[in-house]
Design a protein around this ligand. Structure first.
Ligand code: AHR
Length: 494
């Protein structure tokens, strides 16, 4: 007998807007995240548009990627934009000191990335170099990208093939300034942030949101000091939280894990809720009107690298478990929609919890990608509060409610509900009750598999895909369905 849960959706009490930017991506110059994964160069036999893979462009367009953070990560605070503009053959070849010590050809620079973002239909979130470059370098970069004038820098952009300025809605003021971005104390980082923010000038009639480098995990003091000392100069602040296994030295494999590891990863990813709540509470003290965005600009699972790969490339498989991690975090962001206005999963292609894996001309869409596709109605929707009555799932020291959920009113007017069954062994029968709706039919999709580590590979790229659920009638605002063990279900009530 499946166990039972109830979800009450308060459709009559709409909450804040759920911004499409919470479905943002992160593409760093790291491993094959850019070179090979996105960029193959215009002369490649792999079909491409100005050097960018056509298969990847189409897949990213299909999930309406709203924003892409680039060029790092740790890479950002060592990146000098001038080395990535002008004739490709003349660009310096550097060493990527953070990620595998490989050479960085600078083939993908500002023009390439900004044009690529436009091609995908995504906004650009460019991370400026605060750690190892003066403010003037950042100011010049912004002028190069955005100036409509006949300044020398704007004309240089034109000479490099781009007449009109690009839209630059978001600029990051460094990355992880407490670590790879310069090992700064929060007091110093807050002063540096004020200084750099001063020299970012948006052309008349445009706006560039300045996003401060945020804390990691439960480093609440960082958010406190940054908000207190620099809160007025910034428009957003980041926070990074990675889901790792036992520890940073024993992260565990991406596949071939046991039930304890399943439970540990899901339990650790649920911590995101507490971290966001506590960082938000600090922000509320200094910014009660919630002008400043909280951007979860790096998050996702981080496992041991795949055997036989360069450990500096952070390459990992992506299984059904990652699909659940994605859904749980998207539900958490939805519940905090009043403050979390952007999130950027790490990372878009071939790195950490990737949407897409590539090998030469082949491409695989991961379970995480499929979850992003299933959640598309959440983009620019309205959050609806949910109350859950759920049995618990536990494995040794890890215990959590078996059901995880969020609900929204989509831009299409329909009610959309996500139902995640974290229990890897037992199905769950869920009764959905809608307060203030008049839906008559439930339809949707479910992502599940026999194995906890089911995944898509280059030999079997469609092993794991969402499948449709047969329509079920809704009577008097109530409907019951059974969720398979270890599954993500997304339904629409119309
Ligand atoms: O995403 C990989 C790395 O993790 C990023 O470069 C850095 O910001 C973080 O520590």
């Amino acid at each position: 007998e499946p166990r039972e849960a109830t979800v009450t959706i308060h459709a009559d009490k709409p909450g804040p807007k759920v911004q499409r930017q919470i479905f943002g991506q992160f593409a760093e110059h790291l491993g094959t995240g850019i070179y090979g994964g996105l960029w193959v160069g215009p002369k490649s036999r792999i079909p491409n548009t100005n050097g960018f893979r056509n298969d990847v462009i189409a897949a990213l367009r299909a999930i309406k990627v709203p924003v892409i953070r680039w060029p790092g990560g740790c890479f950002a605070d060592e990146y000098h934009w001038r080395e990535g503009v002008g004739a490709p053959a003349k660009r310096p070849v550097k060493v990527n000191t953070h990620w595998g010590g490989v050479t960085e050809p600078n083939a993908v620079g500002t023009n390439e990335f900004m044009n690529f973002s436009e091609l995908v239909g995504a906004d650009a979130y460019v991370s400026g170099n605060v750690g190892s470059a003066p403010p003037q370098e950042m100011a010049d970069w912004v002028e190069y990208m955005t100036s409509p004038t006949a300044s020398t820098l704007a004309n240089e952009r034109r000479a490099n093939g781009r007449k009109e300025p690009w839209k630059l809605p978001y600029l990051g003021l460094g990355n992880e300034l407490w670590g790879c971005g310069g090992n700064m104390r929060p007091e110093y980082a807050a002063d540096v942030t004020r200084r750099y923010a001063t020299f970012v000038k948006a052309p008349a009639g445009t706006r560039i949101m300045k996003i401060a480098s945020g804390a990691s995990d439960e480093n609440y003091n960082w958010t406190e000091v940054m908000m207190r000392e620099a809160g007025k100069q910034i428009d957003g602040i980041g926070v990074h939280y990675y889901t790792v296994g036992e520890s940073w030295t024993h992260k565990g494999p991406a596949t071939g894990f046991d039930e304890l590891s399943w439970a540990r990863i899901l339990s650790k990813t649920l911590k995101m809720d507490e971290y966001i709540a506590k960082h938000s509470a600090i922000m509320d003290k200094y910014d009660p009107d919630r002008r400043v965005w909280l951007a979860v600009d790096e998050w996702g699972t981080w496992y041991d690298p795949e055997p036989g790969t360069n450990p500096g490339f952070l390459q990992q498989q992506n299984s059904l478990r990652d699909g659940l991690v994605a859904a749980i975090n998207l539900n958490i962001f939805t519940h905090h929609a009043e403050r979390v206005k952007m999130a950027n999963i790490a990372q878009m292609i071939n790195v950490l919890q990737a949407m897409i894996l590539t090998r030469d001309g082949q491409m695989v869409l991961t379970p995480t990608y499929h979850v992003y596709h299933m959640y598309m109605p959440w983009q620019d929707s309205t959050e609806l509060p949910v109350d859950l009555a759920s049995p618990w799932y536990d494995k040794d020291q890890f215990a959590m409610p078996a059901l995880n959920s969020s609900a929204v009113r989509g831009a299409d007017g329909a009610l959309h509900v996500s139902l995640v069954n974290l229990d890897p062994l037992q199905p769950l029968t869920v009764t959905l009750k809608v307060d203030g709706g008049n839906a008559t039919t439930l339809s949707g999709e479910v992502l599940t598999a026999e194995a906890m580590d089911a995944h898509n590979s280059f030999d079997n790229p469609t092993a794991l895909q969402p499948r449709p659920i047969a329509a079920i009638p809704v009577a008097n605002g109530s409907v019951t369905l059974t969720l398979p063990a270890k599954s993500v279900t997304v339904v629409a009530l119309q």
